[in-house]
Structures are given as structure tokens and as C-alpha cells.
Design a protein around this ligand. Sequence first.
Ligand code: FAD
Length: 584
Amino acid sequence: MARYVIIGGVAGGATTAARLRRLDEKAQIILFERGDYISYANCGLPYYLGGTIEERDELFVQSPEKMRAAFNIDVRVRSEVTRIDRAKKTVHVRKVDTGQEYTESYDKLVLSPGANPVKPPIPGIDSPGVFTLRNVPDMDRIEKAIKGTRAKRIVIVGAGYIGLEMAENMHRRGIFVTIVELLDQVINVLDFELAAEVHQHLKSKNVEFYLNDGVTSFSREEATRREPSREGGGIRVRLKSGRELSTDLVLLSIGVRPDVALARDSGLEIGSSGGIETNAYLQTSDPDIYALGDAIETFQPLINRKMLIPLAGPANKQGRIVADNIVFDNRRRYPGTIGTAIAKIFDLTVATTGLSEKMLKRENIPYITSITHSSSHAEYYPGASPQSIKILFTPGEGKLYGAQIVGYDGVDKRIDVFASVLKNNGNIYDLQEIEHAYAPPFSSAKDPVNIAGFVAGNILEGIMKIVHWHELARMSPDEIFLLDVRTAGEYRSGTIEGAVNIPHTQLRQRLDEIPRDKKVVLFCAVGQRAYVAYRILVQNGFENLYNISGGYTTYQYAVQKQSNEDVFEHERTRNSVAVRKKRD
Ligand code: FAD
């Protein structure tokens, strides 16, 4: 009878255990989890805190008892594996409650210990009131603190997916949210111009946020007369910019680091990105030990390199593969993770798959990008909403590298289509050919995915040259003629400085107003009318033409003010006056 031991009982570990049992009814399967809970929904934690998930119990997919009953798995919670003896093929286990230690032997061992939230050595980071969110006890502590302090304010440090999901959920609960982000944008995996749409959305939700700013210290502050309800006072957050924020709670969400302590201590290979190294079968440098989930570095097939991609989908799928490989002796290779992710950020949906422009630049890989704006479904059918799509592809054959979408409805299905094309090594012509299900409430006869493919095809084939919003600033105003082909009304309500307006419908009659000795840079709202105008001009002998990718919509999002410190300046002034008065 085989003996399988699994370390870590949540996403990756519990999936592996269940699949192992389905494949091998006779094996002895022991699952160690140092916490109280197994198989719960980490991804649901922000939504319980925000009240969307009303019942705490809903978060638990399995309990140790149910897992024992349904799968005959020996689940041992509050049991931490402290050491692996690879020579003897045993693990040392410490009972969290009693400190008692014992050993268990294994034939095959599975590591799914996950990751730990990053906590840099900032003064005061361990103060009460400063939280991270990784598991159910973290969630319970935050809930208790919200209730205990009757929290009115939270500072969220780090604007990744978890930080922004928490921002939405705290806001939903009536707590005033301040976000502090070290970079010049939220959600680092997005490129700037799409993140800029998220910035403008956050502004519309009365969320205070600071970009290009970081925390230098946290300290406790006494209860003020102004807010006597705060038991023991609040927290003072000092920022690099010199700003000081006064808050009831802080959530640190600045990323996670793979938990590799056990693996490292037992001499298993750790990869250059800091995760446990595994081969294509998810086997570590010890053939009897497999590893998966957030703790490993995973193969990114688009750049042929190992990376950290901590996501629940890959962890769950890897669990099945590990179980199959244990039982059927390395039958299945893990194809790698391309990094497909999605989040709801207030009313927006933000999704990415594959490589971003930032990554491609870092890797020195040549690429072309194209931005399109489409409607979620036929515009004549009520309820259509805009979607911004950015795709990246190779200059030669148009092989797809990645896609990013910011929108409202239908973002999820489009990103999944892009991800499928990417996974299958597809190119922009495959996007043109996607045969989607169409009726007016769901899409248009040409789906936004098709449109992204058509525009990319035009760029690749030289039917249309494009310029990006950030390249415009580098062009000398003397060498370009900026042509706004929208209507006179649209032009009057805002345009790019220096642009001349000739609506595309009048262009054929007004060709002599356009210089032939300059670069003509055309734009409209999203790029479509400018494309029509472009083709009119080309066929009238104009040569040096460029369409602004994503049009005025993308330009406007990207060039406007991104954060909103000015809006909340008076709040800070008022708070510091209150504190100064108290000190005096
Ligand atoms: P985990 O699920 O973290 O499980 C690891 C377990 O191992 C832990 O319970 C830990 O206690 C236990 N353990 C570690 N060491 C030991 C030891 N020595 N002995 C015993 N037990 C040990 N991903 C998405 O794709 N989409 C989302 O929307 C999403 N939202 C998220 C929201 C939040 C708030 C969080 C925290 C994560 C979210 N994730 C999301 C990420 C996702 O939850 C992780 O990628 C996934 O849980 C990784 O699974 P894992 O098995 O590697 O680690």
C-alpha cells in the first residue's frame, strides 16, 4: 500500500489529495495543515469582509471531517511539518496545540505550502492595526478590528489585485479608503494606459489614492477628542512624500513570496526567481517529492522561462497533474502558466493574459501593440458598455504575446478567448477567425476579439501605420500635422493641443487643407473614423500618415492627472491641525 504525504491543505494540497484518492483507493493519504482550516476559498476572503458573501461558512469548500468521510483522507490540521528527512523519507511534524513532535514516513511527498505576504522592515509594521490578508485567521482579525474600532478609515498599501478588491469591499462597507502605491500605476501586470482607466474609475468612487509614494513608518496614535470612539487610538502612516495619514486600519498588500523554507532546509533546489524548482512533471530535485502552487516557480511558455505566477487556477490544475504523475509514474507534463487573471474593481472588470508591454521591454523582445475600444454587445441593443483592449504580437507573423482588457460586461469571456489563442500559439489572424456566438444582447457580428485581430492585421500588413499616445510627445510639433477627424462638437468639447478639426465626412472636399510635406497624425474617439480618414488620404496620394492607437479615448486617459491628492488635501490639513492642537 502506497503512502502519500501532503504538506498544505488549501488550493493545491487539497486538490492533490482528492485526485490521489480517486485514482488510488488503497493508498494511505495523510494531509498536514498547520492552520485550522483546509480547502477554503482564499479568493473569497475580501468578499466576506465586504459583506457580499454573508455567511462565513460559505468560504469552506471542505472541512477536515467531510474530507475524511468522502475521500478517506487522514487530515491533520494544526499540524506543522517542521523538517523533511529525505534520506529516511520521513517528515517531522509538530502539533501546534501541544508542541508534541513525531515523524511520519512517505513513499511520495507533495509540497503545497503556498506563499507568505511580503512584509518589508518598515518601522512599526508589526503594530496592532496593520494587517495582511492571506488566510481565514487574517480575515477574522481584520473583521474583529473593523468592528472593534468602528473603523471609518483604512489605508491600503499596495494596489495589486488583492489591494484593489479590498478597496472595493471596504468602500462597500462604508469605510473611507486610501490607497498608497509605490509605482506610477495600479495593477502592475497591466500596461500604463489601461491602468489609467482604473485610476479614473477610482476617482469616481471617492477613493483617495497616491501613486509614486510609499510608507516610511507606521505608529500608534492616541485617541483624539475628535474621534474618541477609537479604542486605543488609530495608526499614523507616514509616506515618502512627507504626507501623514491618520487611519483606523492598514492593509498591507504588496505581494507574496513563495514559502520555500522547508524545501530549502531539506536541500531541494530553489530556482532563480525564489520558488521551488520543479521539472515538467512538477517533480522537485528529489524524484520522490513533488511541489506545486504558489511555492514553485512555474514555466512561462511565452518566454520560455520559469517565473512566479501565484494564482489559484494553476495551483488547482497542477494538483491533478501531480496526483496523476504520482500514481501513473510521470504521465502528464505541466504545460506552463501564461498568467491569465481577472478582478472586479468596483464597477470595472480588469483582465490580463500573457505578456505585457513592460515585460516584453524588460525581456528585450520586439513587439507591436494595438489598442481598440469596442462595445460589449451591439450598440443598438440596450446596455452596451465600452471595453478597452490592448494586444501585443510579434512584428513578423503576428504571433500573439498577450492581451489586456478593461471594461464592464463581457470582459471575462473575451480574455478567456485571448488566453485560449495564446495557449495554442495562435496569432492575430486566429483572432480574426474566432467564430463567436452572436446575438445583439451578447456581442456584435464582429466581436471585440475579431476587431482586435482586424486592426492588428491592418497594422501588420501596412494598411495603416499607428503611433502611440506616448510617442506623440516625442514628435516635434513642427514636423506633424495633428488632424482630429471627429465632429465639430466633439472637437469643441476637448482635443489634443494643436489639432486641426476636419470631420472625416468632409475630408474628401477639404484635402487641400492638409499639408503633404508633414507627418499627418490622425485621431478620432477610438481610432475607427481616423482609419477611414487615413484610407481616404492614402488613396489621394498622402504618404506620411499615422493613426493614434486607441484614439483620443486612450490619449485622454493616459495624459490626465492620475492620482487625486489635490482632492483630499484639505482632509489631511484638517487632521494635522487636529493632531498639532492635541500635541500643544
Ligand atoms: P495556499 O492555498 O496558500 O495553501 C498553502 C497552505 O499550506 C496554507 O494553508 C499553509 O498554512 C499550509 N502550510 C504551509 N507550510 C506548512 C507546513 N510546513 N506544514 C503544514 N502546513 C503548511 N488567485 C486567483 O487566481 N484568483 C483570485 O481571485 C485570487 N484571489 C485571492 C484573494 C486573496 C485574498 C488571496 C490571499 C489569494 C488570492 N488568490 C487568487 C491566490 C490563490 O489563493 C493562491 O494562488 C492559491 O491559494 C495557491 O494555492 P497553494 O496551495 O499554493 O497555497
